[in-house]
Design a protein around this ligand. Sequence first.
Ligand code: CA
Length: 235
Amino acid sequence: MNEKLILIIEDEKKIIEVIHSYLNKSGYKAFYALTGKDAIELFRLHKFSLVILDLMLPDIPGEEICIRLRKISRVPIIILTAKTEEIDKLYGFKIGADDYIEKPFSPKELLARIDAIFRRSSNEFKPVGNYFSFYKDELVIDNIKRQVKVKGKIINLTPDEYKILITLISYPQKVFSRDEIITHALGNDYTGFDRIIDTHIKNLRKKLEPDPENPKYIFTIYGSGYCFKGEYDQT
Ligand code: CA
C-alpha cells in the first residue's frame, strides 16, 4: 500500500489535533513536530511526501525551515500562517513553498490543496498512449508490458531509467530540466543529487542509441536539460 506520510510543523496543539485527525481519516499518515529542531530531525528519519509548515515557531522561523528543507529535498511544502500580507506570500513562494494557506482555515480546504498537489505531481507527465515506435520500429516501447525493444531485441532498463524515458517521451520536444525529470519521473520524495540524471541519461543512450555520442533520441540542451526527439512511426 502506498500510504503517504505528511509532516505537520506547528506549535499550536489545537491546530495539530485538527489537521492530524483529518489527515489520518483521509488515508494519510500524519506526523507532527512542535519545534523547528524536531521537524528537521523527523524529516531526516522518515520519507515524507508533503510538509505543512507554520511560519511562527518557537525556535527556528518557518521561512528558514522551508529554505533548509529545499536544500535537501523537493518535498511539496504548504505554508500555514496567520500572517496575511501579500509580501509574505510572495516570499513564501520564493523560498520554495508550493502553496499557502491562511489561518483560520477549514481542514477541508487544506485537504483539497494537499490532494491537488499530489494530483499535479502524479498526472502531469503521463504519456498519451501506451505503445510508441520510432524510426520504423528501431525503438519500440510498450508501456503496458513495460518493455523496450531496440531493433526487435528486448533491452533491460532499470526502473529509474524506464521512468525517465517514459517521462521524456510523454512530451516530445519539451526540454526537461534535471529537477523536472526528478519530480516527474522519480517522484517528490526522491532525495538524490540532480547530477544522477546525467548518469541515467548516459546509460539510456548506451542502451538505446545506435551511436550514443551522436544521439538521435535523447538530446542534451546545454544549460537547460534533456529532450526527446525521436521520429514517430505513422500508424
Ligand atoms: Ca505558530
